[in-house]
Write a protein that binds this ligand. Sequence first.
Ligand SMILES: [Mg+2]
Length: 457
Amino acid sequence: MHSKVYVNRTLNLKRIRYLGLDMDHTLIRYNSEEFERLAHSVIKEKLVKSRGYPEEVLALPFDFNMTIRGLVIDRVRGNLIKLNRHSAIRATYHGLRPLDFKTQNKTYQSTYIDLSDSKYLAIDTTFSVSLAIIYSQIVEMKEENKDVKLPDFAVMADDVLQALDEAHRDGSLKDVVKTDLARFIIKDPDTVAGLEKFKQHGKKVFIVTNSDFHYTKLLLDYAINPFLKNHKSWTELFEFVVVSAQKPRFFFDDLRFLKINVQDGTMTNQESRLEPGVYQGGSARSFTRDLNLQGDEILYIGDHIYGDILRLKKDCGWRTAMVIEELEHEVRHNKETEHLTREIENLMHKKEPFEDEMTDLMTLKIEDSAKVDELKVEALQKQIAEIDGQISALIKRQQMHFNANWGQIMRAGNEESYFAYQVDRYACVYMAKLADLLALSPRTYFRAPRRPLSHEL
Ligand SMILES: [Mg+2]
């Protein structure tokens, strides 16, 4: 069977003793389109009801395919930007309209942007899709209809982000999910079977989630318990369940663990060493220490660079795996468009001799003051432009298979996207869903492919 787990750094599962799991979108799969639709509508309501945005905002439609994950907001100019691995701008939208190459260059004198500048807001949080959609829509509204009263682009960016944070905190999203689990949550028996298999091999499994105890219990009762074969309930399957963990703080701070009584939800201070059970808060440091583990004996699997993966890699030395839901779609369409990739490469090769000839001609002109055949130059220019036109059309056709506006998630033009770069840097392995990893033997040795450097090609 072809493995659907992709390797950035060598990882030996035999060495892993504890498998740590994020819950939302990792252990528990969501129907993302429905979930983003909900977030979009909650943000709209919050903007209108508590921030004085005009009623028209409520009518803005939701289109799941309008944006992708991993984009950056330019708060000052009201733009959405896609970056490549060097933080160079590869695509820009203002509202619902793409900026053409010339305008983009004029707007951003440098191609590179500094992500630590507060002008920019990287949006790789949960609901980054709905956030990007609503932001484009209100920017468009401000440009299109000068009679509608809307604040500055930067204020709008902050408002949208705050509305979303608030929706997370005050339960307005989760309260809706709770009442309609079948709409939002995907039951996945393969995940549960896979976890039981890993336990047979002596691996321990634990959860670290930012969700609170009641929500966690509800989801685990719903999506895990019905499929258990060798365990009575999830409390038996998971050695530890840590709720309200405040990731990423969990990974670098020293918060205390509170022990939760699963029967009634009451909490007590955990004074002694950790023993199996359900906890609130706590820290990765005391977890690793109390269990007498080396960081690299733990593999933690999550779906967010910032919340789950980045600090873990930087501060704890735990091994990391990342779930990227969009990967399935991306891999499938990469295969489907292979012929286009080849055609593009062929055209690039076809262009090379014309470009070489052009270089020679112009070099001669400058160095030897030779008289060049202007007609020849013109003809060459025309040939190159023609091929360039064909290449752009093919690229556009290829991009349409991914996202009509933004193309691939993992690529920006010919290079890796900034998002892909982050995945490469912080996740030891990555896959579309947890079950892809669990389908493999718990003794698997993941070997990173040797990647040629430019001079080795
Ligand atoms: Mg998550």
